[in-house]
Design a protein around this ligand. Structure first.
Ligand code: FES
Length: 397
C-alpha cells in the first residue's frame, strides 16, 4: 500500500459555502445592471482586423519626385496607413472618364514608415493608366488604394538566409523596400541586389541605394548591371546564371525577381540552369500581360480577332467587343463595369468570375485558379483572353 495515491481534499470552509450560496443572486444582479442596448453590429475584433488589413485606404499626395527613365515617386500620407511586408503592393483605384480601373504598384517605402502614416509608390509613366497618373496626380490630391496585398515578401521558414534580388527598371520598388527594411531592422536577411538598367543615367535611386548599402553592415550589396554601357564598378550585359552564381555565393539562396516581361523571359531560363529548388525562386509579375500572342500555346489563328462579350453584372447586361489579345478584365472595364481586381496577374483571385459560355485562353504560368474553380467554370478575367464569343457573370465591387 506504500505506493497508493493519496489525494488530499480540502474541507469546505464557511466562506466557501457563502460564496457558493451567493453565486446565483450575484449573477442576477449583474444581468439586471447590464445595458439593454443591442450588441454592436461590428464586433470589436472585426474592427481591429479591418484596421490592420483594410480593404481600402485613402492617401494624400504629399510629394512627387522625378526620377530617371520616366519614373516618378509619389510620396503619400494617411491618418492610418496599414502596416505591410516589404515587397507587397497597393492596388490604385481610378475613375478615368467613367472607366473604373485599378493598377497594382509595389510599395517603395519601408514598412516602418507606415507606422507614421507614410508610404511611397514608384510609377513609370508608360501605359494608359500610368500616363494618366503622370499627367493628373498633383500634390494635395487624395487617392484611393487597396490595403497591402501580395505574397512577394521574405518568409523565414521558406526562404534562404541570402536573397539574390534581380530588378529591372521600375521593378526596383519592392526590393528597395526590402533593403530599407533590412537597415531599419524590420527584416533580417542578406540581400544581394543585381539591378539591371540600360545605362548609368537610367538607374533609379542610385544615390539612395548607395546610402542604404553604407548603413547596412554588409547585409545589403548592390551590383548595377548595364546592358548598353561599360562603366567602372558595374557589370555589363544582362543578368546571367554566371552573374547570379558570382554574387549569390554558395547554394542555396533565394531569388526574388521584379522587372519587365523581357527580363523574366531571359532570366527565368538562366535560373533554370542553376538547379535551385522551385521554392527558392520568387517572381513578382509586373503588370498585366500585354503580349499574349507571343505565348507558346496561344492559338495563333485567333490573333487580332474580335469577339462579342456579354457581361452579366449587378442584375444588368452589358455588351462589348473584346479582342483576343486583351484580357477579359480590360474589356469588362471598357464596358464601364466596375469589376473587382487587385493584382491583375492571375494570382490573387480577387477578380474571380463565372464563365457561362465560350472559350478563353489562360496561360499556364498565370493560372492561379483553385482546382474546384477550374472544374466549375470560374476564371480570373485579368489573366484570361477570349478566343470565342463569351458570356460572363461578374461580381461588381
Ligand atoms: S486581379 Fe488578381 S487574379 Fe485577377
Amino acid at each position: 500500500m506504500s505506493d497508493q495515491l493519496k489525494v488530499k481534499v480540502k474541507a469546505l470552509g464557511l466562506l466557501d459555502l457563502l460564496a457558493f450560496k451567493n453565486l446565483v443572486p450575484n449573477r442576477k444582479k449583474i444581468f439586471e445592471k447590464a445595458s439593454a442596448a443591442p450588441v454592436e453590429k461590428v464586433p470589436h475584433m472585426n474592427a481591429l482586423a479591418q484596421s490592420i488589413h483594410p480593404k481600402r485606404q485613402t492617401f494624400e499626395i504629399t510629394g512627387i519626385k522625378d526620377c530617371p527613365n520616366d519614373v516618378k515617386i509619389y510620396e503619400l500620407k494617411s491618418k492610418h496607413a496599414a502596416f505591410f511586408r516589404a515587397g507587397q503592393y497597393l492596388s490604385v483605384k481610378l475613375d478615368i472618364k467613367g472607366y473604373k480601373v485599378t493598377r497594382a504598384y509595389s510599395i517603395l517605402s519601408s514598412p516602418k514608415e507606415a507606422l507614421t502614416g507614410k508610404c511611397a509608390l514608384g510609377i513609370k509613366g508608360s501605359g494608359f493608366v500610368s500616363e494618366y497618373i503622370a499627367d493628373n496626380w498633383k500634390v494635395g490630391d487624395t487617392i484611393t488604394t487597396s490595403g497591402p496585398e501580395g505574397a512577394f515578401y521574405y518568409e523565414e521558414l521558406r526562404d534562404a538566409k541570402t536573397v539574390v534580388g534581380i530588378a529591372g527598371g521600375c521593378g526596383i520598388s519592392p526590393l528597395y523596400s526590402m533593403a530599407q527594411a533590412i537597415v531599419d531592422g524590420t527584416e533580417d536577411f542578406k540581400l544581394v541586389l543585381l539591378y539591371g538598367s540600360r545605362t548609368k543615367k537610367d538607374i533609379v535611386l542610385e544615390a539612395e541605394l548607395r546610402e542604404i548599402v553604407s548603413k547596412s553592415n554588409g547585409k545589403v550589396k548592390v551590383v548595377h548591371v548595364l546592358s548598353e554601357q561599360e562603366a567602372k564598378g558595374c557589370e555589363t550585359g544582362f543578368v546571367t546564371k554566371e552573374l547570379i552564381s558570382k554574387y549569390g555565393g554558395e547554394l542555396p539562396y533565394s531569388i526574388f525577381m521584379c522587372g519587365p516581361q523581357e527580363m523574366y523571359d531571359f532570366v527565368q531560363k538562366e535560373i533554370e540552369e542553376l538547379g535551385l529548388e522551385k521554392k527558392y525562386v520568387r517572381a513578382e509579375l509586373y503588370g498585366q500581360i500585354n503580349n499574349i500572342q507571343e505565348y507558346d500555346k496561344f492559338p495563333s489563328e485567333k490573333e487580332g480577332r474580335k469577339y462579342k462579350m456579354t457581361i452579366l453584372a449587378a442584375g444588368k447586361t452589358f455588351e462589348t467587343l473584346a479582342s483576343s489579345t486583351e484580357s477579359v478584365l480590360v474589356a469588362i472595364e471598357r464596358a464601364k463595369v466596375a469589376a473587382p481586381s487587385l493584382c491583375r496577374t492571375g494570382e490573387c483571385g480577387f477578380c474571380r468570375s463565372r464563365l457561362i459560355s465560350g472559350d478563353v485562353f489562360i496561360p499556364e504560368d498565370t493560372d492561379g485558379r483553385r482546382a474546384a474553380d477550374k472544374q466549375s467554370g470560374y476564371i480570373h478575367p485579368c489573366a484570361s483572353f477570349p478566343v470565342s464569343d463569351i458570356v460572363i457573370e461578374v461580381p461588381v465591387e
